[in-house]
Design a protein around this ligand. Sequence first.
Ligand SMILES: [Zn+2]
Length: 149
Amino acid sequence: MGLNATMIDWLWSNNKFLGIEWHFWKVIGWLGNAAFFARFMVQWFASEKRKRVVVPVSFWWLSLCGSFCLLTYALFYQKDSVFIFAYAFTWIPYIRNLMLQKRTALGSQTQCAFCSEASSANAKFCWNCGSALPARAEGRSELVGKEEA
Ligand SMILES: [Zn+2]
C-alpha cells in the first residue's frame, strides 16, 4: 500500500467518487455549486482586471444557472422547505439584471464626464461614480420630430 493506492482509495472507493455517492440529482446539485463558485471567480477576475468593482453579464448568467440547478435539487431531491425557499425567488433579480444589462447594451449610451464610464442614455446619474449626467439634446429633438409628424 503506497501513496498511490491511498490516493486512488480516496478518489474512488465503495462506489463513491471523492466520498460522494453520485446520481442524477447529485450531479445537478454540484453543477449548481460549480456555477455559484465560478460566478465569484468571474466577478473577481473582471474587477481585478479593471481595478474597480465590476459585475460582468456572465455573473448574472452563472447566478441564474446556479440557482436553477439548486432549486430543482431542493424541490425534487432534498425536499426541504428551508432549501427550497433559499432559491425560490433569487432568479427574479438575476433575470431583471440581465434585462437591464441588455437594454443598456442595445440602447444609446451617455459617457460620464468625470469617470468616462458609459451609462444608459435615459439614466440621470452615472452608475459608476454617481455624477449627474447631462440631459440628452438629441433625444429631445427626436421627440419633437415625432410630435410634429
Ligand atoms: Zn461617472
